[in-house]
Every structure is written in C-alpha cells, then in structure tokens.
Design a protein around this ligand. Structure first.
Ligand code: ADP
Length: 229
C-alpha cells in the first residue's frame, strides 16, 4: 500500500474531488475530521487542552469552542505551539491507526485529504504522491463567494491568507485542473485513480511487511527453541 496526499486552495474543488475518489471506492482519511475527533470530550487531547487553556474555552455542552480557541492561539505563537504539541501527535496516531486498518484490508493506496499539506509539510515525507486540485484565480474567487456567501473583499482576504495556488501546483506530482466542468474534472479523477491502481508501488510495502513478519516469526521460533531445549 502507498499514501497519496490530496490538497488544494480554498474552494478550488478539493472536497468535490475527494468525494469522487470516495465514490470510486478509495479510502480517504480526512485530516479535518480527524482533528475534530481527537479533541472530543474526555479524549487525552481534550483533557490536556482544558488543563492548559482553562474551562473558559468550553461550550455549554462541554465541547471545545474551536472558534474561541482559534482566536486565542491566533494571537500567540507560544500558545499555538502548545496547542499543536498537544493535538498533532494525537492526529498522527489516529491517522496511522486508520492507515493500518486499510493496509490490513488490502487496499492498494490510501488518500490523505489535508488542506494545509504544503503549508505545514509535516506529512509530505511519508507520501508517495501528492495531488493538487487547481482552478484559476477568477473561478476560485467566484466559487468561494457563491459557496460561502462572501463579498468579493472577504473572499479575496481568505484566498490571500493561503499559499498561492500556483505555488502549490508547482509542488505536486499530479494536478487536477478544476476550472472547467464537473464532468471534465471527473474524467481526470478517473484517469488518476486508474494510474494509481495500476501502480506496483503497493507491492514494496506488502513485501516489506511479509519479510518483517517472517523475520519476527523466525525470531520467535528461535526464542521458543532456546527456552524449551
Ligand atoms: P474546496 O473543498 O476546495 O474548498 P469545493 O469542492 O467545496 O472546494 O468546491 C467549491 C465550490 O465550487 C462548491 O460549491 C462546489 O460545488 C463548486 N464546484 C467545484 N467544482 C466545480 C466545477 N467543476 N464546476 C462548478 N462548480 C464547482
């Protein structure tokens, strides 16, 4: 099995592509969903966040007020680092568990849907392929305004706060060009899926797993022999 990172800019069409891949049967691990799950009430990260930031960051129902916490860490690098040091290891563990689950079920590749893949760069070294969903700036602006009901100025501000799409495009192995119709994008997704499915890269990890398992089995047998004889 191998790992494929999927990313894009705001409203470039990442969710649209991710749901097409899911419809094709690809396992998708959504980093945003995982990030929300690891801070659910009474999880280890939740307990540590409340210890550090106090109960004033909680909503009435006991959940973390993500907006409030976001505002607190936005204005302080130190607090942001603290929050990341609590959540990132938990996010990585949860993702790893899901990857292992799909590996054991025999999938050839898993897609990690990560909005800030190239901004944080934490995961890129584990990925065999990176895919950017791109659309031209004018289309991105109008889709964002329409989807989120924003004024042009608000939409431009959100786009400007991210890494420019052209830069992301230059960093990826594959680009899905989503400035045109949904059908055109779907055709590109199909081509990409076929290419990844046909790739033999998954064999390397499976072979390594078999060799490691065989090695461990041999070691176990040897230890048992030593103990018994
Ligand atoms: P992202 O996940 O990158 O923020 P979305 O997949 O939500 O972006 O797409 C942004 C908006 O544009 C959504 O309203 C979506 O339905 C629409 N959209 C995406 N791709 C196309 C397309 N090829 N043609 C027309 N509208 C599209």
């Amino acid at each position: 099995m191998f790992l494929v990172g999927l990313t894009g800019g705001i409203a470039s069409g990442k969710s649209t592509v991710s749901s097409s891949l899911r419809d094709l049967g690809c396992p998708i691990i959504d980093a945003d969903v995982v990030a929300r799950q690891v801070v659910e009430p009474n999880s280890p990260a939740y307990v540590r966040i409340v210890q550090h930031f106090g109960s004033e960051i909680l909503l009435e129902n006991g959940e973390i007020d993500r907006q409030k916490l976001g505002q607190i860490v936005f204005s302080s690098t130190e607090k942001r680092r603290m929050l990341n040091s609590i959540t990132h290891p938990e996010i990585h563990k949860a993702m790893l568990r899901q990857i292992l689950f799909y590996f054991l079920r025999g999938y050839r590749y898993v897609v990690l849907d990560v909005p800030l893949l190239f901004e944080t760069r934490r995961l890129t070294r584990f990925l065999n392929h990176t895919v950017v969903v791109y659309c031209d700036p004018a289309t991105q602006l109008s889709r964002l305004m329409q989807r989120d009901g924003l004024t042009q100025e608000q939409a431009e501000q959100r786009i400007a706060s991210q890494m420019p799409m052209n830069e992301k495009r230059g960093l990826a192995n594959h680009v899905i060009e989503n400035s045109g119709s949904r059908e055109d994008t779907h055709r590109q997704v199909l081509r990409l899926h076929t290419k990844l499915e046909d790739s033999m890269e998954f064999l390397l990890v499976r072979t390594l797993a078999v060799v490691t398992a065989a090695g461990l089995g041999g070691l176990l047998l040897y230890t048992v022999k030593l103990l018994v004889l």
